[in-house]
Design a protein around this ligand. Structure first.
Ligand code: SF4
Length: 359
């Protein structure tokens, strides 16, 4: 198996599911590092990586989905439940701009009080106030799905309404592990994997951008991880066959097991690097592979040698912080950690990126 994979990597031939299982379970770490770097350098300059300075704005923590791995949500009527007022949202955006960043991601919960018009108005006002000086991920795929179901309209109708309000991105959050069995075990209210894939494909076919995501370290099997990657690769193949860009990037992060019902252990740093390498090798139709400083801190920068070409410098994400993530807000220190890996970090301005990539 090792020789066959080495040949395939050298020639840029797609690997199979069986080979992906071998990579997860048996491949030497040194092989993974070398192969993932070969695959990475087919898309990107060697020894250079891009980064974003960003924050997640958790606009509400009210959610009815009750995922057992979540430490963040509060049920409706909880005294700790909140919806952020707009002036607080603006203050968070202003702070990012002051620190040299230009990007925020919105992530909340399935809040039955927030209908489509709340999202339209919020994003329209942000676009009017900031123009193209800031870019934002409006919602995750899962939140978009909830808004559609809550308002009894189609995914496409939500997408076009948000697009009309100035939205350009709906990020691939809420994917966790994309198998129906995983979701049945841990998040039965958060839609099946089949439904999620349909929604994400619809987003891109409606002319919005999206990203692929994956969270490892719950109780998922290796076969489930490979199924997740397979679903993503197949969707990307369909979109590319129709002349669309498809997913802009793929980001994997690790489950944090604190203060929630599921509990468990944190995945170790080597397992994260191993997974990054497998994702880079398997997802041969996605250009950008991102590594998660938010959940892996300095280990994420080692990931630049395991297939990743892009990293985040996050200032805030209440969802992962409540589950145990510790954020380093020292931007210079994170950049220095990348440089210590022999990598030249280059700021990636989101606000200047081409507005629409899937039309
Ligand atoms: S992970 Fe998201 S959808 Fe699930 S309970 Fe938490 S906030 Fe709600």
């Amino acid at each position: 198996m090792r020789g066959l994979i080495a040949e395939k990597v050298a020639e840029g031939i797609r690997i199979t599911d069986e080979e992906a299982v071998y990579l997860y379970q048996e491949a030497e770490l040194a092989d993974l590092r070398a192969w993932a770097t070969t695959a990475r350098n087919r898309f990107h300059r060697p020894n250079q990586a891009t980064y974003l300075i960003m924050r997640i704005i958790n606009y509400t923590n009210v959610c009815v989905a009750k995922c057992d791995y979540c430490s963040f949500y509060r049920l409706p009527k909880s005294p700790d439940g909140y919806v952020l007022p707009r002036d607080q949202i603006y203050a968070k955006i202003d702070e990012i701009l002051e620190l040299g960043g230009d990007f925020v991601g919105f992530n909340g919960g399935f809040n039955p009080k927030l209908k489509l018009d709340w999202y339209q108005e919020t994003f329209r006002q942000i676009r009017e106030r900031y123009g193209d000086t800031v870019e934002f991920y409006a919602l995750t795929v899962a939140e978009m799905m909830y808004v559609a179901k809550l308002c009894r309209i189609s995914y496409a109708e939500v997408c076009y309404a948000l697009k009309d309000a100035g939205v350009r991105w709906i990020t691939g959050g809420g994917a966790e592990i994309l198998t129906n069995a995983f979701r049945e075990r841990h998040s039965p209210q958060k839609y099946t994997a089949d439904d999620y894939m349909l929604a994400q494909e619809t987003i891109m076919r409606c002319g919005l951008n999206s990203t692929g995501t994956m969270v490892i370290g719950f109780d998922e099997s290796i076969d489930e991880r490979v199924e997740h990657l397979r679903r993503v690769r197949e969707m990307q193949d369909r979109l590319r066959a129709d002349g669309l860009l498809g997913l802009f990037s793929f980001l994997s992060w690790t489950y944090k097991p604190y203060h929630n019902e599921l509990g468990g252990q944190e995945v170790d740093g080597e397992s994260y690097l191993r997974h990054l390498a497998v994702a880079r090798l398997y997802l041969d139709n996605i250009t950008h592979m991102r590594t998660s400083v938010l959940t892996q801190n300095s280990n994420a920068l080692h990931g630049l040698h395991y297939g990743a070409n892009d990293f985040d410098i996050p200032l805030e994400d209440e969802v992962t912080q409540m589950a145990g993530a510790v954020i380093n807000r020292n931007i210079k220190e994170i950049i220095a950690q990348a440089e210590n890996e022999g990598i030249t970090p280059v700021f990636r301005p989101m606000a200047q990126a081409p507005a629409l990539r899937n039309v």
